[in-house]
Design a protein. Structure first.
Lengths: 400, 116, 116, 116, 400, 400
């Protein structure tokens, strides 16, 4: 890597790290005030725990050689990862491993036991994230290699499958097993809309590192990835705004922020492969699919509290399939089918593996004495901030 | 002396306070509250296009302690300031009147109506 | 008419309001307050592993004005909704009853029990 | 029993509560309010060097229900704790006294003075 | 562009994008709590709408060839903008087009109809921003070419005329037409000062991309631009602090933040042309002029709610004229007059065009049925958060 | 510097600037609501004042030639600092000079007179920061040269002594002289935990610029510094979380944030000198030492309100000594003793000089008529936001 690319990858890595606190505020603003510390901490603690897991064995399992399905322990504690290129790649990828499980927490917030969650983080990154990352992004991975053709495998520029679909499926598993929130039927309003927009803005800002950094160089691909990222996010945001106006007559701030995030999710796998036209198309598709996915989910009994599946799962699927359609030269619209099929296989493989193994991990954690998924009723009523963290988010009783 | 507690829509606070001052009230204390009357609650957006039913809504409670003789005048002026349109609307508010046995001004230790 | 003021734990607000509605109350106003009873306060974390003694804790005060005849029923239903477990716990709350001399509905200018 | 409602400057809350406890009050509930007495409001900076007139200012309202017999002692101790300097200043606050017909402790269902 | 410059321009673009949410919080903290979502959304929605307008035709009208006054539609949807340099420039410039109309919203917040505003965004970027941008920054533009001499035209390094004076004049137009806020005479306190300082800090941070990125390269000019940007902002901030102490006796946080923003505005046109000495001088001038401009505006009946004209208009004029005075080698203090005169012409041209066309656009929007500039009285009393967005910013009634 | 390194140093400088507002929110969330503007302003005003001091004479005193103890006035107003490398270095170092005194304010917040503080900033940067900076980082500085050997002096990659130990000692001086807060024994809860985590997150993000920028180039050292910075912070955070659970049973959000900051402090002097193993070891040591330092301080009568000495002083000492132990090739564990001894000398010299001169400055300010360290009792009771700044942080009385 030349110094320009190192400069870009350093800052891109910092940007992706910042996305996790951004997510913390995006999610934190959407919950009730008595659970805001808890919701923020689900994300924040991931920086602590997953950084350690990744440095010790996560990177090695994902990228430390190995076969079609999993890496090795050869790079335990990053031993052997000594040059600038290798360390830079390990650092950049670490930031992805940090945010992915944090995304899941939107499904189970306001009622998930924090201690159990900390154990879940270790297991999930090890058993779900690292393998799928290896499949898709390591040169030996079976999805990277491809299943049907000889021209290489699935196209996932910055993590449509590895990050978003993966998190979206784990979200379904978690929401289903932890059960609905008490009182959710009374209707829960976001307690701090400025935080939601602050979080979405930090996510948008950081996403430039996420997508434009995924080419690992400061070059034309990075510039295009930057441009299409912004374009798709803007379009999906406006689709949400327009659909929100049609259905509710008002320009919902939370809706605009959600649409932007959905657009960012969708362009993620496509960012290095499509142009402005593809970004516009994906933005429209992303907005429509994710908006109605949220409306549909509202009709089910699944309490995926912050609609992780609708936004990240559906948004990611639209992006991954859309990449197979719009990818310059190799997409469906260019008359090629290989990439399209490979991407569908990758989507399905990720969905199944993530759902099944996430369910397994959660089931086991649920029965381990002293852990268990669900907070007690009184802890939930009191709010997890007091119950699990011993803190009140906002103290305003004016005394002293 | 009586205590007049008025629950009004937040956007009416200043108008109601002005009207009460006009009618002779000399001091006020108000605070944000949440309330629910016979109205059935309102529909609110829950962030992402969903619609949810909120039973209680934000209100402001204004308290003023004043002479009993002013009661009618104050109540009338509150009603005209707080009512939405000629017909009034659900959620316009309530006025509660109760007896106060004594008032003391901290600064001067005055009590009774002198302290108002 | 009487005014019933109930101080309860914040997490009990909805349950208590539902119970009061069941017992015949038609309107409610509530607000966040901070309180201290004979309980000695609670220990709280002060951020960095230290422990500190907090004498007052967050509560919610629910106010409802209703007919005097409903007093007993409402009080009983509040107690069963607000009490923690069978034994009750310190901090479960207090109920204060006082007389209200008049109530006026702003919307209609109705007064007395018609305005409830 | 009586209800003592005191409006004080926010920075005096703890001192006043301590004084009331000393004088025999056993429980307290307080909350942030905004108020305006005969004082004419205060001048506040509106951000960018401009000066604006604010008619109402932040206060805290402390409520304590106690035996009628303690009224004088409590009021005196409030005055000495809440008054600024010997002369007192505008904005030092007001004390409102009213009758309470009953008090019930949720935990034990005790009522009357036993519940204080 | 080499990889170092691409790296810098990628992050500079991201920084400038982040300024818009920064502005949202700067403005959002200054208004009343019932209008904070509305105020934040005025800025946030600009990212969605202007990104699309810019990609589709805005860039093309500003930079797609053309003559002295306006570009073409040749680069519609960025067709023909394919290489890294071209796309990078289009992206960087997009971020400027996003924030400029957002600046205006400080003038009319707390009472401007949100739907009308969305239409205004499209029209204003197309009819006001793109032309002035073309005049000043496209090589064929008449101000770029210069009016009086042969040595080139107006000097506007990063947008003193194009961005700040332009927004400041549109602010006057909007504040005048929409009218004064109800109850403004009671005195309105900023509802959240930490947000104001958070916003100002994000603006300062992002402004490094704005100014030091405007040379389009990671080189010595960028470093100097960075240095003078920080210096001028610091000086103007302290001038506001000192004047505030003289007039009010206290160190007003909102005043310090406002002074910093004023200094950042003033150095914008000058950033690549002056040294530390010029930055110190401009900082003092900026602080004094903008501070007293705010005091004077307070005496008028114009309810430019957050003083957009005083800060951005006057601050920009001081900067643009100051560039003509202090610009190394070509400024007045070096005995040259051309740049000074060209800059004054550019200032006047921008002021007149922006004011007139903004007035026209707003007048037309005001009479279109279903639109109209001003919210209804009850919407304004209820707060625009509820009225236009159906949301409450802060929900703290403790229930559930 | 090549363009890649310029790109990196531009953004690294911007990142370090952003740390000061980050600190403002970290500290601002920890205090009571009536002092949040005051606490934020202590940091924010440092950007204004120290930028000016640094540009005028601070840089020159620290880096403008000179002998073993202090620079000169040769580079007054940065005259003679004209090339990109020189200006870049001056800018990057400026950001360090801004944040260091801001760190101290955690010790005396909620009761320190703001006007006195502004004078303190000027004096302290001139008389304490610039000299120590010269000693450690200027090639003529006595600690840079080394005391005992011939192989060069103390190793301080990014400011363990210059920034953190220095601020930590000044914090003791200030806390001791200003005295305990009124009512502190009632126990003071942080008034806004989300701000604390927002601030810590911004600090973490900015610290990548702080540490990975301190090599002044986009190269392998920067990458390693980035990696070990993140690793050490993550480990120290988890140590605090675990110790907090052992002592209090809950996962304290403020504790996690504090642990992260402690880890970032500790890795600062070591960042360019250690590998992943060293970072893991330093993270554990940092977490344990700083956590128990806070507990111990709580038992003393010193009201170092936000534990600046425990976090920055002790954290910095662990880092500086640890650098002598773990530094690749030259540390104790490689059988060398020179670096270890030089670092201990540097730690002691910094501690003594900072404590003594800070005490002197404060003592003098305390007796100057019209200044004085401590706010009046009624100002303190009212809250410094109203008293010193004439503003309320949060206005929510719903009117108008
Ligand atoms: N009986 C009551 N006790 C306490 N508060 C009441 C009562 N009735 C109404 N309120 C308060 O007054 C507010 C306005 O009542 P409103 O909906 O206008 O009453 P109505 O529907 O009877 O006209 C309610 O939100 C509530 O805060
Ligand atoms: N005498 C009183 N006056 C005012 N408020 C009171 C009084 N006693 C209790 N409270 C309020 O009720 C709340 C709950 O009281 P609680 O601790 O349950 O009382 P007890 O310990 O007597 O059972 C307190 O936090 C306080 O807000
Ligand atoms: N008549 C009243 N009714 C309700 N509240 C009052 C009344 N008079 C004063 N207050 C409350 O008491 C607070 C302090 O009053 P203050 O200004 O000290 O009164 P004064 O000027 O008569 O001494 C006011 O801000 C207001 O909240």
């Amino acid at each position: 890597m030349d110094s320009g690319s190192i400069a870009w990858m350093l800052i891109a890595s910092a940007l992706v790290l910042l996305m996790t606190p951004g997510l913390a505020f995006f999610y934190g603003g959407l919950v009730r005030g008595k659970n805001v510390i808890s919701t923020i901490m689900y994300s924040f603690i991931s920086i602590g725990i997953v950084s350690i897991v990744w440095v010790l064995w996560g990177y090695s399992l994902a990228f430390g050689g190995g076969g079609a399905f999993i890496g090795t322990f050869d790079n335990f504690a990053l031993s052997g990862v000594d040059d600038a290129d290798g360390q830079m790649f390990a650092v950049f990828q670490m930031m992805f491993a940090i945010i992915t499980p944090a995304l899941i927490t939107g499904a189970f917030c306001e009622r998930f036991n924090f201690k159990t969650y900390m154990v879940f983080l270790v297991l999930w990154v090890t058993l779900v994230y690292a393998p799928i990352c290896h499949w898709v992004w390591h040169e030996n991975g079976w999805l990277f290699q491809g299943v049907i053709g000889t021209e290489g495998g699935a196209l996932d520029f910055a993590g449509g499958t590895v990050v978003h679909i993966n998190a979206g499926m784990a979200a379904i598993a978690a929401a289903a097993l932890v059960g609905r929130r008490r009182n959710v039927d009374r209707g829960i309003e976001p307690h701090n809309v400025p935080y939601v927009i602050l979080g979405a803005s930090i996510l948008w800002f950081g996403w430039f590192g996420f997508n434009a950094g995924s080419g690992l160089a400061a070059n034309g691909t990075a510039v295009t990835a930057f441009l299409v990222t912004n374009t798709c996010a803007a379009v999906a945001m406006m689709v949400w705004v327009i659909l929100g106006m049609i259905h509710g007559g008002k320009v919902n701030g939370v809706g605009a922020a959600s649409g932007a995030v959905a657009g960012l999710v969708t362009i993620t796998p496509a960012a290095g492969f499509v142009g402005v036209g593809g970004a516009l198309a994906l933005g429209v598709l992303s907005g429509v699919f994710t908006f109605y996915a949220v409306q549909l989910r509202n009709k089910t009994s699944l309490d995926d509290a912050l609609d992780v599946f609708a936004i990240h799962g559906i948004g990611g699927i639209v992006g991954a399939v859309g990449t197979g359609i719009f990818a310059t030269s190799v997409g469906l619209i260019y008359g090629k089918t290989d990439a399209f099929i490979e991407n569908i296989i990758a989507v399905l493989a990720t969905m199944i593996y993530s759902l099944v193994v996430s369910l397994l991990i959660l089931k086991i954690l649920d029965v381990i004495p002293g852990l268990g998924l669900r907070s007690s009723e009184s802890d939930e009523d009191n709010g997890l901030d007091i119950s699990d963290h011993g803190e009140r988010a906002y103290v305003a009783d004016g005394a002293d | 002396m009586i205590k007049i507690e008025v629950i009004v829509r937040p956007e009416r606070v200043n108008v109601v306070i002005d009207a009460m001052a006009e009618a002779g009230c000399t001091g006020f204390t108000y605070q944000n509250v949440t309330g629910r009357g016979t109205q059935e609650g309102i529909e609110v957006f829950t962030g992402r296009g969903g619609v949810s039913h909120r039973v209680a809504v934000p209100k402001v409670c204004i308290t003023s302690v004043t002479e009993k003789s002013k009661q009618k005048k104050v109540v009338d002026s509150i009603i005209s300031a707080a009512k939405s349109g000629d017909e009034g609307q659900i959620g316009d508010g309530k006025i509660f009147i109760s007896e106060i046995s004594d008032v003391i001004r901290v600064r001067t230790s005055d009590s009774g109506t002198n302290a108002l």
